[in-house]
Design a protein around this ligand. Structure first.
Ligand code: 4NP
Length: 158
């Protein structure tokens, strides 16, 4: 599964780390990666604030930022975006790609918002913490842990 945010230095690499750890604990054989819609931070390690807050909860973040590319639509069965803006940008890119590759049977249903898996949260997106404070980075992890639980429940019911 691929997680997507804007810069790929805060939310989506955190999502990758949280989902990886939760799924690995259950010995689920899934692959995890993340990417940004923008190229602004390509090659950078994750934001030190994200790394620190994740570490406090036992998650390790070693990702280097990259930009989402068309190949990702072939490689991943599930692409989870963080907010409406990421979702819209990824959908736009997907529509253009699937139009130019009509025979491949690509489905836009594999593109969702990660919060679609949240069952209790009042928010329908993971807010961008980049200009925020510690509580904003904590909220990112709260939402992603809830989403990971919801995702595992959906898997369990299948
Ligand atoms: P992310 O956060 O999309 O969660 O990685 C951001 C990181 C950088 C910027 C914005 C959001 N930026 O404007 O540089």
């Amino acid at each position: 599964m691929l997680f997507v945010c804007l810069g790929n230095i805060c939310r989506s690499p955190t999502a990758e780390a949280v989902f990886r750890k939760r799924c690995e604990t259950l010995m689920l054989d899934l692959s995890f990666d993340s990417a940004g819609t923008s190229s602004n931070h390509v090659g950078e390690t994750s934001d030190p604030r994200s790394i620190r807050h994740a570490e406090l909860r036992g998650y390790s973040m070693t990702h280097r930022a990259r930009q989402i590319q068309n190949e990702d639509f072939d490689l991943f069965d599930l692409i989870l975006t963080m907010d409406d803006s990421n979702f819209g940008n990824v959908m736009e890119m997907f529509e253009a790609y699937s139009k130019s590759n009509p025979g491949q049977g690509l489905s836009s249903q594999k593109i969702m918002k990660v919060t679609d898996f949240c069952q209790r949260a009042e928010l329908d997106h993971v807010p961008d913490p980049y200009y925020g404070k510690a509580v904003d980075f904590e909220l990112v992890i709260d939402l992603l842990e809830e989403a990971a639980e919801g995702f595992l429940q959906v898997l369990h019911k299948k």
